[in-house]
Design a protein. Structure first.
Lengths: 819, 174
């Protein structure tokens, strides 16, 4: 039979994962119960900065069902345990010790001070009420600029500064571009050029994955087993061993079903470490599951930057220089990659544009707030926001159409591969194609005409059009690049393929999913590579015992690194099978063709299927000399370059000038993520990414009051959008295959979030620009939009600049509104 | 306090603390861990189940309040190995990613379709306002609910879901 199998890659396969998720047969960490298991509850500081002068746990210990109550002096008497930060961005970076529990000082509201161990979670939480702690409050520092000022209260006095690090990239110094200062001076002195400086604010966000974090530790086996709702089981295993001095081979980590992460579960938690310590101390299994309120104040936040952007351009629109000065809020401590998050944006402010001179300087600062770390996009949404916002502002200053300005400066499709002013080489892209398609779907010209009509008629509801033409660097990451950035690990990924005697296939991946659909996508890839049925592939992940090697899931790396490792492993299986096939069919290896799961002797109809070979190898009765009886293979793939998805996002927003309310009328995006393994999954990733990016633009903000209390600490106050808050999106794709990997794939997980925020804000500003507005701080809530239109300072007038959720006001009364 | 409830067709009698939340009773006492807890302010809807045929957030109901009631969770929807049409539609339309909100989302969608057999997009979005999803951007959830509406016929869902007090329109109900 010569029927041709339809390739699996490219098919909109329904997901394998869904069967258990839609029927409730799930394995969330909090579902796990073990014999004799005890429950932990953590007492948390209600104040942002204070000395602990007394902790009395005696009353709690007397409560029925309470097994133990521990403080820092019980779990870490030497004060020696420090939770890891794997990214010391500069040699002189200031790095405070982050303890399991605060010993004598708390540095943010929510920091743990004691842990109760009880027979059930209700009793454990009851006992928290019985612990008595005296706090002597210390001055708090919350505003980033105030923290950098001389004489500011210090978050960590032993560091003698609130400055964590200064990280600089300068194209002149790096030899990748010109001298920014000279280019800006030249533009400033010329009548034929302009220099534009703007300050943008990236508000603080909460990742808000739906599954609260949870960990179960069982110390009763040969290995201490840690189940955790984590994105990074492999990193957690190694880091737990290093942090606690445990032998690494005595630790096993399992990430079972994990309910979302978005970067928020890239972490090694004090609570995970605490659970290990308590379990080992008591010799019994323990569980910690947080409440949502606990999650909001203790799980790391994201974004939170002040961005000072200077762009220089000739009057014809040609950009001549870009200078970026950031201040980034670390919060009170450094998490796994906290200081590096803004640095991931360093190479993306230049975006898709040909910019001859570029300088990026980022000052990281400590404040008495929850730590920040990765949140979907991590550094790149911030960069994309700033460049796409200032492109619109530059267009307005020059009196140019904002798309025309972008077109004039972007890299043309025939110019790929293109090495940017940051020294990154973009392998492929076609900005013209994606933009052309998006403009067509959006009816850009028609909407511009309507905008004009509404302006002329003085319609109370004005229309604005927002553009975002983005790219991003993802697929973290080439190990040598990570090394050059002082990151504490590489960026490779591992895969293994096990050929079973019956012809079925087990694929082991080091990339640990939490909603992305790896089981489906990896099955599609392997089905094509080995010519086996999609249904005959099982994907194994998330348990360091079965998936022993990996670097996990973040930075849109799973497919472009982990998926390619799977391809490489499959190639090795085929190479092994080829030798056996040649032996079985008594021919030379060179005479064999492998297609659709069969080795065929060229020019004959003689063939052997890979399943038959697997069985022959299992029996091992008659193998060629020197051949091991196995087809199994593994591969570790280290990419040579990042992947650079791109696209054009267009947003039409109606702004009610009387109420400040924004309604998204249409949202069109055309993304180019290279070849799509599963278009259904790609579309889903784009939808979800858009929702999060739009939420930053319009709804979400983590707000602290002047004492450092998070006032948006529940889902009643922190405005996660519901179905009723979002429109339907029009999505499409162009396909410009990546040239950096054999599948031609690029990352997709973060693209929607990275692209959408500036598209929405640009649309809102565009709607009211003729009313004298050139910026509205995010989230563009009705109050802020109204205040911008009516020239009210929402802070100064005392009506609250950060009304998202709690309406309790922002930390700085001078921020916000019209600039 | 002693309560008797029927959960997914099985009767249970238990002594419970008056303060025990229904969702914790289901998870911790009955092992019905398909129903999950996503928040503590009744905003997220992940814990949605049906109490005597109507959706409730089981974090906002005390176990004692469910005494004498019939409860259906996501685990009780499939019949004889056949998925409920809404479950099937969620898979067909890629209406879930991490799947944590999915049990609540499915239970709420069934309730919504019981009230309105053929909802338009706006009605679906409004009907799901109390259920949060962080992965999907809701677009495919909306698509799934409308797809299920097209495929459902009166009586397709479990008996507990049927709203007998209002007339079942042709092609809808369930």
């Amino acid at each position: 039979m010569t029927s041709t199998l339809e390739p699996e890659v490219g098919k909109a396969r329904r997901r394998k994962e869904d069967a258990r998720l839609i029927t409730g047969r799930t394995r969330w960490t909090d579902n796990i119960t073990l014999p004799g298991m005890l429950h932990l509850a953590v007492l948390r500081s209600p104040v942002a900065h204070a000395r602990i002068t007394r902790i009395d746990t005696s009353a709690a210990l007397e409560l029925p069902g309470v097994v133990a109550v521990y403080t820092a002096s019980d779990l870490d008497p030497e004060g020696a345990i420090a939770l890891p930060c794997a990214w010391p961005i500069t040699p002189d970076m200031k790095h405070p010790r982050r303890p399991v529990l605060a010993a004598d000082t708390v540095h943010f509201a929510g920091e743990g001070v004691a842990v109760v161990v009880a027979r059930d979670a209700y009793l454990a939480h009851d006992a928290l009420e019985a612990i008595d702690v005296d706090y002597e409050e210390l001055p708090v520092v919350l505003d980033m600029e105030a923290a950098l000022a001389d004489g500011a209260p210090l978050v960590h006095p032993e560091l003698e500064t609130n400055r964590n690090a200064l990280w600089v990239f300068d194209s002149g110094e790096a030899g990748t571009g010109g001298d920014v200062a000279a280019a800006i001076d030249e533009a400033g002195a010329s009548d034929d050029a302009i220099v534009l400086t703007r300050r943008f604010r990236q508000q603080r966000l909460v990742p808000a994955f739906m599954e609260p974090r949870s960990t179960v530790v069982d110390p009763t086996g040969a290995q201490t087993t840690i189940w955790s709702a984590t994105q990074v089981p492999h990193i957690l295993k190694t880091m737990t061993a290093l942090t606690l001095g445990l032998p690494e081979h005595k630790v096993r980590v399992i990430a079972p079903d994990v309910g979302g992460g978005f970067g928020g579960k890239i972490a090694v938690l004090p609570e995970e470490t605490m659970a290990v310590l308590v379990a080992l101390k008591l010799g019994r299994p323990v569980k910690w599951t947080e409440s949502r309120s606990e999650c909001m104040i203790t799980a790391h936040h994201g974004r939170d930057q002040i961005q000072d952007i200077t762009i220089a351009a000739r009057r014809d629109g040609t950009i001549t220089a870009l200078k970026v000065d950031l201040i980034a809020d670390m919060g009170a401590y450094l998490g796994l990659v906290t200081p590096g998050v803004p640095i991931l944006g360093a190479f993306m402010f230049n975006a898709i544009y040909k910019i001859p001179a570029y300088r990026f300087a980022c000052t990281n600062v400590f404040t008495n707030k929850t730590l920040t770390d990765a949140y979907r996009g991590a550094g790149r949404p911030e960069a994309t926001f700033a460049i796409e916002r200032i492109m619109d502002e530059l267009a307005a200053e020059l009196g140019m159409d904002p798309m025309r300005l972008r077109e004039q400066n972007w890299i043309k499709h025939e110019e790929f591969p293109y090495t940017t002013v940051c020294g990154l080489t973009y392998d492929s892209g076609n900005y013209e194609a994606a933009t052309g398609r998006a403009m067509e779907l959006f009816d850009y010209e028609g909407l511009r005409r309507e905008q004009q009509q509404r302006r002329e008629s003085g319609d109370p509801v004005q229309l604005g059009l927002g553009i975002s033409t983005y790219t991003e660097m993802c697929g973290l990451a080439p190990s040598r690049v990570l090394g050059s950035l002082s990151y504490g690990a590489g960026g490779w990924e591992h895969a293994a393929i096990r050929m079973l005697p019956t012809g079925k296939v087990e694929v082991v991946t080091g990339s640990s999913p939490h909603g992305q659909g790896h089981e489906t996508a990896w099955s599609q890839i392997v089905a094509d590579q080995l010519g086996v049925a999609f249904e005959d592939v099982e994907v194994i992940h998330g348990d360091t015992q079965s998936s022993h090697k990996g670097l996990d899931t973040y930075g849109s790396r799973s497919l472009t690194v982990g998926g390619i490792a799977v391809v490489k492993a499959a190639e090795k299986v085929v190479a092994k099978a080829r030798k056996v096939a040649a032996h079985m069919m008594e021919c030379s290896e060179d005479d064999l063709e492998f297609a659709e799961g069969k080795f065929t002797v060229r020019g004959t109809d003689k063939s052997t299927g890979i399943g038959d070979i697997a069985l022959a190898v299992f029996a091992a009765h008659d193998l060629p000399d020197g051949i091991e009886p196995t087809l199994d293979a593994e591969a570790v793939y280290d990419p040579e370059n990042f992947s650079f998805p791109h696209g054009t996002h267009l947003c039409a927003a109606e702004v009610d000038t009387e109420t400040g309310r924004v309604r998204l009328r249409s949202y069109v995006c055309v993304d180019d993520v290279g070849r799509a393994v599963n278009p259904l999954i790609v579309e889903g990733q784009v939808h979800g990414g858009l929702a999060q990016g739009i939420a930053q633009a319009l709804f979400e903000e983590a707000v602290h009051d002047e004492s450092g209390t998070l006032t948006t600490g529940t889902f009643a106050d922190y405005l996660l959008p519901s179905a009723a808050d979002l429109p339907s999106f029009t999505t499409d794709r162009t396909e410009t295959p990546a040239t950096s990997n054999p599948l031609g794939v690029k990352g997709v997980g973060e693209a929607g979030t990275i692209a959408s925020t500036p598209a929405v804000v640009n649309a809102v500003v565009d709607a009211v620009r003729h009313m004298g507005v050139n910026d509205i701080e995010m989230p563009c809530s009705p109050l802020r939009v109204w205040a911008a239109i009516h020239r009210r300072d929402p802070g100064g007038s005392g009506i609250g600049g950060a009304e998202a959720g709690g309406g309790l006001g922002s930390i700085s009364s001078t921020e916000g509104g019209v600039q | 306090m002693r309560i008797s409830v029927t959960v997914d067709g099985t009767q249970y009698t238990d002594d419970v603390e008056p303060r025990l939340l229904l969702v914790h009773y289901l998870r911790e006492r009955l092992g019905k861990v398909g129903t999950v807890v996503g928040c503590d302010t009744s905003n997220c809807g992940a814990c949605t189940v049906h109490l005597d045929g109507h959706s409730v957030k089981s974090c906002s109901v005390l176990a004692v309040q469910a005494d004498g009631s019939e409860i259906t969770t996501v685990e009780g929807l499939a019949r004889d190995g056949n998925l409920h049409p809404v479950q099937q539609a969620f898979q067909d339309n890629h209406a879930l990613q991490c799947g944590f909100c999915t049990p609540g989302m499915i239970m709420q969608s069934i309730d919504l379709l019981a009230d309105n057999a053929d909802p338009d997009e706006a009605a679906v979005r409004a009907g799901l306002e109390g259920n949060l999803c962080r992965c999907t951007g809701y677009q495919n959830i909306v698509r799934a609910v409308r797809d299920a509406a097209q495929k459902m016929r009166g009586g397709a869902g479990p008996e507990a879901e049927q709203v007998s007090e209002r007339p079942v329109t042709a092609g809808g109900g369930a």
